[in-house]
Design a binder for this molecule. Structure first.
Ligand code: UT7
Length: 339
């Protein structure tokens, strides 16, 4: 049987609308000059190849759940809601608080809610777009009214600061959106399309310590405790998939660049984003880029960028926006939202 890989158009009868957003990043900043002291690299190389100038990293006492909780509290305050108003908490992460329980459960406890369902999604850099798609579906079904979708990462905890090919890329942070049901609405999540190709798992991965390489086992390569990436391969696939996703969504919704106020892509590499701009013939100011200040924060990157774009008044109610991702799994996904 063939699965539904065509993407979903959500009915206006009942849609998930973004009610509020939030973000949190650690106070400690690691800039390119700091990295020059750790590996054989330069600010010039990092800036020209990636667009990154600095990233935030956790210090002891900060964690994936603490960042997520901070972001969640900010969004709840903006929405004039309390933790008890939330029916479902989904947290996208690949650097969870613990192996179990889910990071979402720590956030739920921190919000003083001991009843709503709470679980994590592991879809790497596509985590937030996956959580958005899920949130839209459970709200659309009528099952839930208020869904909190979080994305929080502490990638610095699995980064090899001896590997110049990867340590320059990653940072820590969290972002959140609160989705609320709205009936007979022209706003909200209009379209979502989520994909994976597990055959490409080795392109980006962290091999320890799951059931294949349990704690205490001898690793084939001691560096397998850190994430490894095949940068070039990821780069090319990311451009192709992101362009494909955007073109497909335009076709499904009967829209073009002219209708879209802003595209918020996963912040993987500024050059990847520039290639996408060129291939789509997109005006530069319609693409949101903040990778210079955060690096690649995996699932959190789109969530942080969405919050920045909204808080800095780049976006207003009624605007059409596109969130689009590509990452480990391999996974890729898109959400088209009317604010
Ligand atoms: O979100 C998912 C995770 N993100 C990714 O997987 C990132 C996607 N890929 C990328 O962003 C880029 O591929 C990188 C930034 C990782 C690498 O850029 P590139 O233009 O693809 O460089 P490259 O890997 O082809 O390496 C070119 C050269 C190599 O030297 P040789 O062999 O030509 O002598 C590398 O050893 O650049 C060297 N190099 C560096 N030099 C200075 C690699 N990293 C560094 C560095 N500083 N940090």
């Amino acid at each position: 049987m063939k699965g539904n890989t065509q993407g979903t158009l959500f009915s206006r009868k009942r849609r998930a609308v973004i009610k509020a957003t939030g973000r949190a990043v650690p106070g400690k900043v690691l800039n390119n000059q700091d990295l020059e002291k750790l590996v054989d690299t330069s600010d010039e190389w990092i800036t020209s190849r990636t667009g990154i100038k600095e990233r935030h990293v956790v210090v002891p006492g900060e964690s994936t759940a603490s960042l997520a909780l901070q972001a969640a509290q900010q969004a709840l305050a903006q929405a004039h809601l309390t933790g008890l108003d939330i029916d479902m908490i989904i947290c996208a992460t690949i650097t969870p608080e613990m192996v179990f329980p889910a990071t979402a459960c720590f956030v739920q406890a921190g919000l003083g809610n001991n009843n709503c369902c709470a679980f994590d999604v592991s879809a790497a850099c596509s985590g937030f777009t996956y959580a958005m798609g899920l949130g839209g579906a459970v709200i659309g079904s009528g099952q839930y009214n208020n869904v909190m979708i979080l994305a929080s990462e502490t990638l610095s905890t699995i980064t090899d600061y001896h590997d110049r090919g990867s340590c320059i890329l990653f940072g820590d942070g969290a972002g959140v959106a609160i989705l609320c049901a709205e009936e007979n609405s022209d706003r909200g999540l209009l379209y979502s399309s989520l994909h994976a190709d597990g055959g490409g798992w080795e392109t980006l991965c962290c091999k320890a310590y799951g059931s294949r390489n349990p704690v205490g086992s001898v690793l084939e390569d001691p560096n397998d405790i850190y994430m490894t990436i095949h940068g070039r391969e990821t780069y090319q696939l990311a451009v192709r998939r992101i362009v494909e996703l955007i073109n497909e969504s335009y076709e499904k919704l009967g829209i073009s660049n002219d209708d879209v106020k802003m595209i918020i892509p996963h912040q993987m590499n500024a050059r990847i984003i520039e290639s996408v701009i060129k291939r789509l013939s997109l005006p530069q100011d319609k693409m949101f880029v903040n990778i210079d200040r955060y690096g690649n924060t995996s699932s959190a990157s789109i969530a942080i960028a969405l919050d920045e774009a909204l808080r800095d008044d780049h976006l207003q109610e009624g605007d059409l926006i596109v969130l689009v991702s590509f990452g480990a799994g391999l996974t890729w996904g898109i959400n088209v939202i009317r604010l």
